[in-house]
Design a protein. Sequence first.
Length: 285
Amino acid sequence: MTEAVAPKTVGVIGGGRMGAGIAQVFAGLGGAVTIAESGDAEAALQRVSTGLDRAHERGKLGDQDPATVLARVSVVGAVSSLPPSLDLIVEAVPEIAALKVEVLAAAETVAGERTVIASNTSSMSIAELGAALTDPSRFIGMHFFNPVPASLLVEIVRAPQTRPEVVDSVRAWVSMLGKAEVLVNDSPGFATSRLGVGLGLEAIRMLEEGVADAESIDRAMELGYRHPMGPLRSTDLVGLDVRLAIAEHLASTLGDRFTPPALLREKVARGELGRKTGQGFHTWS
């Protein structure tokens, strides 16, 4: 068995907060990273630059200079413009099934025979998304957590079709990133989203019913169960719109226990999406 090596070339589809974070950590390994972003390319690159500056301030880049790492990152406007035969392509677009299927199919057209294609989905079936590919055996879930550079966990999701050697490569790459992995079999919500969303929805129902205020609910879990962050603050960090989309998907696949509370829908409709808008269940500066 050959020793695993870090991916030398990586493509990331989507230059939002998650995509930029994924690009940052792989560039930190020394590889060339190309982000496919159909929107604001400069904003995507700026997210990576800001993340690298923060990592440098916290001593997380070792002896690497942020500018040197940033020079390994480039942005193109379409998936079809990604370099051919990359070692790894990670899809990190919003949790919209049709959009993910579209970009994954496009990714396969530029992939080489050995390219691993991964989705950063937090809840959607890897087997169902992989049906968009002519070779689903190369496809796997790599569920990173926000903020990607600081988070220690990557949830690796194995579909029935995923080849064992693909799983082995991804597990090795996650270790090289300095992160821990949990390997789960394909199921709606996997392990993390299913548990996290379940707890978050119940906390929202408690707030809705007047059991306690948001600060008290969060402190109860932080101090009583040693959670580093309460479920409502965690929902703010993830994004209320993201959590709503995941809950709707889980409700459609796993049943009514994941039906989103009215309060969550109301806040999303008002644009109170959490930290990214300054207001969610808490106020963020």
